[in-house]
Design a protein. Structure first.
Lengths: 290, 262, 341
């Protein structure tokens, strides 16, 4: 039982950051109808930014986090403007191929820049874990979880409570009508992609110090993000949040009770099972037919 | 005059999208060899009815029968196997491939070659291929598109794309052909041409169910008209009767302002 | 294409080992041929049915592992101390088993994604490949995990009267790969120019219309997946018995990307496209290797993919065909009638 609680706690904490990843990807898919294969690279970009600022520039850890997210968003905006905007209106397969190309180029640029050796990020939190009854949790993980929850809440408010968020939702619902109502679709796309990229970078920046940083870390992250998005339903914010938490917990449980070697397989098994039984995702409302 | 037997029977069909009732208790029949039209204001449920008949939508209630078989629950390809083939409201061709290939795909049902026979290149596969190509040419001539055979479907002008759609549907060897607003967007001379084509199709012994807004077309080609409004039937009969029916006039007048705009 | 140039090409390809004596060049050509088979198989799904199989390397790897395991033999600890022992079998049997098992997984994926298309299909296939990779890594009893399967026997043919012929050298392996290439090409050509191939294309072009004229789209998608996976499995088998070592890195995602780049660059949905792509990207790394590090090579690949989509979305083969047609039309005032393919 104690072990179960420990796995559950670890899972939820991991899931918080997964949710960030998933939310970013699901927004990009829902609003732009782009399968963003660079998502994992934005994730590793975030982690490397923190590493670079902390290790190479001896910068402050929290400043590094902020910079990682901000520059991730800027990079995302750049990708959208240079690669996706010219392809607006082409098929989803076309943009998918371009995103795959960008993914490969970015990942290897990272490898060139930072070499393939895994790196650890130093963080200012005490090493001794916090022990609450039967479970223990490191302070950095507590911080990561709190930061993730904060970002999720902020994203939620942005989408629900601001004019920008309204415009994003309108574009998601019906692009043509939104355009007729005066929504600047180009701007919404850039902002959406930048926002989603910023969240991916945030996830990387937060999980980087928990694990280690290496150039191909983004691959699994991207694939997990896909799993989360499918779990929650494409374009579904709440679904992605819950999906992230579920994936975190399932992974921890799978690693704890089945085999740690198959930890990363959990997400894919989820994908396959969900698509088999509920292709619209677990949290989809009745879908429009036609 | 004894009426020919009903071949298609739509019985008490109900369709809901979420909470919205798109069709409620819809029942009508189509008789062997006739041209029947389904008309009604926008949003009356005509295309929904087509989607139910051809297996693209599952009704919440009711049944669709064609000759001896029950159609609801079948997939569209299985419905086509039973001889019921439709065209689409929004122009729908295989845009990226030549017109001739479009019709060849339509002829899918008339081919019998199995995958293993194809891989072994049995002589009968080649013979069948030759036969299908001849049939495709014949159908293209029938639709007046023989001169376009090498062009990609999407490159055809609008009116010809609609003819191509019919040629593809005809290739599937229908005994009942459902046409969804085939002449919408056509100019009067194209429409007149299309009406001749409908007569030719009927001349081949094919029963036709038509959904159309163009009243000249409907009144010109139909034997019988079924009027749908807000998911239910409000009138049914020969064209001349329908034109005088007060309920029909009211339904259309109520929509008058909107129709003029669209 | 008229008959004689095709045979001329085959004769040319068959003559290569007679005048290319450099073993390293032959090695590059063998690798290119293996990738060409894999790319052709991917093209069947990506180019003809329009479904991007982004886990294609899984079928390749499954073919390689199956073929290697059948020819090496293996034993598995089953429950209650019982050990299942599989004796080594001849290589050709392993190769066929690899094709069959890969095809079986293709069937599974096809069935699994019976109502998933586009983005969902892509993600299912990626996920599948990752799961397979993790299994290869973790099921050490069977696959040796990261320690790899070593000493995989090369292909052996017993010819009546000539005794055993073992494919140790480059030349026989070259001919073997060439033969599988030609066979795959012939199978795919036959298929796509038939009723089945038209059903694939119908799915790519307009699924609803295809269904409405009676094409059972799902059935044909499954068929395409099976044949595509089986051919990829054949490529994997060739690889295993040529390289003689198979490890979980065979499932690296980047190999799928290479196949996709080959197909897209050469021209998806054309018969020759993947072959042209495989030749370009089989030989390009050897040229790049002299001047650039592998990372730079991959970066270049990434940019090529982007540039192709932007500037040559059809791919090289269709672009060359329309260029030739245009040139023929302008060269002869009587028009392009004689140039029709």
């Amino acid at each position: 039982m104690d072990q179960f609680l420990q796995h559950l706690l670890n899972g939820v904490i991991l899931g918080g950051s997964y949710a960030l990843l998933g939310i970013g990807l699901t927004l990009i898919f829902g609003i732009m109808y782009v399968v963003n294969f660079t998502h994992g690279e934005l994730y590793s970009f975030g982690a490397y930014m923190v590493f670079g600022v902390v290790a190479a520039l001896h910068g402050n850890f929290f400043v590094a986090l902020f910079l990682a997210v901000a520059l991730g968003a800027v990079l995302g905006a750049g990708i959208e403007r240079s690669l996706l905007r010219p392809l607006r209106g082409t098929s989803i397969d076309t943009t998918m191929l371009v995103m795959i190309g960008a993914w490969i180029a970015m990942q290897n640029a990272e490898q060139l820049l930072w070499t393939g050796v895994a790196k650890a990020i130093r963080h200012p939190f005490p090493e001794a874990p916090l022990v609450i009854g039967p479970v223990s949790v490191s302070w950095i993980r507590i911080f990561v979880f709190a930061a993730a929850i904060l970002l999720i809440a902020a994203s939620h408010l942005l989408i629900r409570r601001t004019r920008l968020g309204t415009a994003m939702r309108a574009t998601f619902q019906d692009r043509e009508t939104a355009a007729l109502m005066g929504v600047n679709i180009d701007a919404i796309h850039t902002v959406t992609f930048a926002f989603g990229s910023g969240l991916a970078a945030a996830a990387g920046a937060l999980l980087g110090p928990v694990f280690v940083v290496f150039p191909t870390m983004g691959d699994l992250a991207a694939l997990k993000a896909f799993a989360i998005v499918i779990l929650g339903g494409m374009g579904n914010f709440l679904g992605a949040t819950l999906g992230g938490l579920i994936l975190g917990v399932v992974e921890e449980m799978g690693a704890g009770y089945i085999s740690s070697g198959y930890r990363d397989a959990m997400g894919f098994l989820i994908i396959i099972v969900v698509l088999l039984f509920r292709p619209t995702g677990l949290f989809a409302r009745a879908e429009r037919v036609g | 005059m004894s009426a020919p037997a009903a071949v298609l029977a739509v019985e008490g069909v109900e369709v809901r999208f979420g909470g919205l009732v798109a069709l409620s208790d819809l029942s009508f029949i189509v008789r062997e060899g006739e041209v029947a039209s389904l008309i009604g204001p926008n949003g009356a449920g005509k295309t929904t009815a087509f989607n139910v008949i051809t297996g693209f939508l599952r009704p919440a209630k009711g049944a669709v029968r064609y000759r001896e078989s029950l159609l609801n629950g079948l997939r569209p390809s299985q419905v086509a196997e039973r001889g019921v083939v439709r065209t689409f409201q929004k122009t729908s061709v295989f845009g990226g491939i030549p017109v001739f290939e479009n019709v060849l795909i339509g002829l899918h049902r008339r081919g019998r070659a199995k995958s293993w026979e194809i891989l072994l290149a049995l002589p009968r596969v080649r013979q069948e291929e030759k036969r299908l190509r001849e049939e495709a040419m014949e159908l293209l001539s029938f639709a007046g598109l023989a001169h376009r055979r090498e062009e990609p479907g999407a490159a055809l002008p609008y009116g010809e794309q609609r003819l191509l759609e019919v040629a593809v549907a005809m290739a599937a060897d229908p005994s009942l052909l459902l046409l969804d607003e085939p002449v919408s967007g056509m100019n009067p001379s194209e429409t007149a041409g299309f009406m001749k084509m409908v007569e030719k199709i009927r001349g081949r012994g094919i029963t036709i169910l038509l959904v159309e807004h163009d009243m000249r077309m409907v009144m010109g080609v139909s034997d019988r008209v079924v009027v749908l409004n807000q998911g239910r039937i409000i009138a049914e009969g020969p064209p001349a009767e329908i034109q005088r029916d007060p309920d029909v006039i009211r339904a259309y007048l109520g929509q008058g302002a909107k129709r003029a705009g669209g | 294409m008229r008959r004689w140039p095709a045979w001329a090409w085959v004769a040319f390809l068959a003559s290569i080992p007679l005048w290319v004596r450099n073993q390293y060049y032959l090695h590059v050509l063998i690798n290119t041929g293996i990738f060409a088979v894999a790319a052709m198989s991917l093209n069947l799904l990506l180019g003809y049915t329009g479904q991007l199989s982004l886990g294609h390397v899984a079928f390749f790897g499954i073919g390689a592992y199956t073929s290697a395991l059948v020819s090496l033999g293996f034993d598995l600890q089953l429950a209650a101390g019982y050990t299942f022992v599989f004796e080594p079998r001849p290589v050709w049997l392993g190769f066929l088993a690899g094709v069959a098992v890969a095809g079986l997984f293709g069937w599974l994926i096809g069935k699994l994604s019976f109502r998933v298309r586009g983005a969902y299909f892509v993600i299912v296939t990626v996920s599948f490949a990752e799961v397979v990779k993790l299994v290869a890594l973790n099921w050490v009893d069977l696959t040796e995990g990261p320690m790899a399967l070593n000493n995989i026997p090369p292909v052996t043919l017993s010819l009546p009267g000539l005794g055993e012929l073992t494919f140790w050298k480059k030349e026989p392996n070259y001919y073997l790969v060439l033969a599988v290439c030609l066979l795959s090409y012939a199978v795919i050509r036959r298929l796509v120019q038939s009723r089945a191939g038209r059903a694939f294309i119908a799915l790519r072009e307009n699924e609803a219309l295809a269904e409405s004229v009676g094409v059972d789209v799902t059935r044909f998608l499954v068929l395409a997946a099976v044949i595509s996976a089986a051919i990829a499995g054949a490529a994997g088998g060739l690889y295993a018995h040529y390289i003689k070592i198979v490890d979980p890195d065979i499932f690296l995602f980047i190999y799928t990307v290479v196949m996709v780049i080959m197909v897209v660059t050469g021209g998806k949905g054309t018969l020759l496209g993947p072959v042209v792509g495989a030749v370009i990207f089989g030989i390009l790394p050897e040229i790049l290797r002299e001047v650039a590090r592998p990372e730079v090579q991959w970066i270049i690949y990434g940019f090529i993919m982007i540039l192709i989509v932007f500037f040559l979305p059809e791919g090289i083969v269709p672009a060359a065909a329309s260029w030739r047609k245009a040139r023929a039309a302008s060269a002869s005032p009587l028009g392009a009638a004689g140039e029709r393919a």
